[in-house]
Design a protein around this ligand. Sequence first.
Ligand SMILES: [Zn+2]
Length: 201
Amino acid sequence: MNLNSSLFDRIRVKAKAKPQVTRQQIGCDHPGCANLGEFRAPMGRLREGQYFTFCLEHVREYNSSYNYFNGMSDNDVALYQKDAIIGHRPTWSMGVNRSARGFREDGTDAPGTSDPLGMFRGRVRDPSSERPSRPRYGLAAMKALATLDLDDSADAEGIKARYKELVKRLHPDANGGDRSFEDKLREIIQAYNYLKSAKLA
Ligand SMILES: [Zn+2]
């Protein structure tokens, strides 16, 4: 972790400038994390003046793992950040399923996706258009899916593929021996094991 990162300065400054009177009630914004959110992290260039609220572990992870966003467009990153803020919905918006679909679960458009004419804006989900074998996930499974950066559109194949991809990406061997991804990797393995034990993967 780079302790000289300008991010840390910005966090410190902001934390001093605005005491967090309600911090006891705020949960960590990291999907699936139940810890208190006691640290603020700037959301980035598209969200000036807005902040995530993270626990210590995840603010560290956030600051040290910007390469989570490698390969993501600004829109994807903003979408992730928005989802993390709004209602703690367990999506990271990195899911291939979501971006391939081009519209959001709540019927609004995902920015930057393939609906320039707004044809699907406000579209109500039509059960008959879903795959018939689509599983219904419980809360624990949804949390596990969120840990794997998936939403409830994921099927067993998608879960397996995402798991492999994440393990590959977060493995120390793939990061020049950097072990800062270990906690995330552990969470992912646990989540996947849960989904497997629940016969969902
Ligand atoms: Zn956390």
